[in-house]
Design a protein around this ligand. Structure first.
Ligand SMILES: Nc1ncnc2c1ncn2[C@@H]1O[C@H](COP(=O)(O)OP(=O)(O)OP(=O)(O)O)[C@@H](O)[C@H]1O
Ligand SMILES: [Mg+2]
Length: 384
């Protein structure tokens, strides 16, 4: 049946995804903690075009505010052309008019780089532009909560769950790094969970925009710090705090700090002022995560320590290495119980094969057959 033009069909891809994700969650790890109930606003099943419109940006009709961030507001919006709900992030950068053009160009440049990232654990960027209200980025509307919200609600993943989530984020980063894109603001607020073990990385490129804004206002303390990389000071790699040259290992470090927080249930570094945080990041001893939370196995604690090593040379040298370390740990949990992952199952299945009695029987029979044939061959030579 065709849909009348006045009431276009609304695609809700995340609801379709949810069924697949539930299966994936069950298959991946034996113990995972459910996410808290979503915000009732996310359960709205009404047609988006029937929600009241609170404003417009470009061709998008803004429907409701999802949240406020450091640079602007995130809205649920109706894309009137494609008739679907999407998320719009506005970037209210405070710059003199002369520098606006520069930031608009930068936003489009960064949005283009993010739009080129097509990965299951990275949010999909649909569009970007500039409007009277400033620059904006249009992306898929996710259902769930980010890790900062989940942690502040007291949600605590199991060690396996935390390792799997972070391994997936490391895979997403590795993919982006290979495409030449560094995130530079990995923190719990930029890891959105759409299922128990299903992350989506948000805000690639936003750190650069914030950095440019800070450069223009360099006199206050916050701007001075933001100017360094534009990211959050709690997750900022020591080499970046020291204003040395940084590279993609800054993302590895930040993700290590996120894993620490997921496992310990508290931040790795604290401080009442930016200088105190910088001092903690650079000098204060970090208690190993297995000492903070005795539930955490030593091997996993060692992986966290290596990811967030202060000496960049001692750190995992890529997000891929970090992901592999987590994958190997997950593979080894419970004696190699199969864990669904892109590369993991193949390895687990290979190991599991040799545990099958039938496989051993076949192998022994094969060896027996070879010995018997060799015997027949030998006696025929001697007899002939
Ligand atoms: N695509 C999306 N779908 C659904 N919710 C989103 C999406 N993008 C962001 N959000 C949510 O919108 C809120 C604001 O996000 P925002 O990124 O602006 O905050 P932030 O990360 O704290 O700040 P900043 O990115 O400026 O450092 C957060 O609660 C975030 O989880
Ligand atoms: Mg964000």
């Amino acid at each position: 049946m065709s849909t009348p033009p006045t009431q276009p069909a609304v695609t809700q891809p995340h609801e379709v995804d949810a069924d697949r994700l539930v299966v994936d969650d069950i298959d991946t790890i034996s113990e995972s903690r459910p996410l808290p109930e979503p915000n009732p606003a996310q359960l709205r099943r009404v047609r988006p075009e029937s929600l009241p419109t609170i404003g417009h940006i470009g061709r998008y009709a803004l429907k409701y505010v999802i949240g406020e961030g450091g640079l602007g507001t995130v809205y649920a919006a109706h894309d009137t052309l494609l008739s679907r709900l999407i998320a719009i992030k506005t970037l209210n950068v405070h710059l003199p008019a002369a520098e606006r053009e520069h930031i608009d160009r930068l936003v489009l440049h960064e949005a283009r780089a993010s739009a080129g990232l097509n990965h299951p654990y990275i949010v999909t960027v649909h569009d970007a532009g500039t409007s009277e209200q400033g620059s904006y980025i249009a992306m898929e509307l996710l259902k769930g909560s980010d890790l900062r919200q989940l942690l502040s609600m007291g949600w605590k993943p199991t060690p396996e769950q935390a390792a799997l989530i972070v391994r997936r984020v490391a895979d997403a980063l590795s993919y982006a790094h290979h495409k030449g894109v560094t995130h530079r603001d990995i923190k719990p607020a930029n890891i959105f969970m759409v299922g128990r073990t299903q992350p989506r990385v948000l805000d690639f490129g936003i750190a650069r925009i914030r950095q440019v804004e800070a450069l223009a206002q360099r006199d206050d303390e916050a701007s001075r710090f933001q100017e360094l990389i534009g990211g959050s000071p709690f997750y900022m790699a020591p080499e970046l705090v020291r204003r040395e040259h940084g590279d993609q290992r800054g993302d590895v470090y930040a993700l290590g700090v996120v894993l620490y927080e997921l496992l310990a249930g508290r931040r790795a570094f604290t401080g009442a002022s930016l200088d105190e945080i910088a001092d903690a990041v650079l000098h204060q001893p970090v208690k190993p995560v297995h000492e903070v939370n005795p539930e955490i196995p030593r091997e996993l604690s060692d992986i966290v320590a290596q990811a967030m090593h202060r000496d960049v040379g001692q750190r995992y040298r890529s997000a891929r290495r970090f992901s592999h370390a987590l994958r190997d740990w997950l593979d080894g949990v419970d004696g190699g119980r199969p864990i669904a992952s892109e590369a993991g199952p193949r390895r687990s299945r290979r190991r599991a094969l040799w545990r099958q009695p039938l496989v051993w029987l076949l192998a022994i029979s094969f060896v027996g057959l070879v010995v018997a044939l060799a015997g027949v061959f030998w006696s025929s030579i001697r007899g002939g």
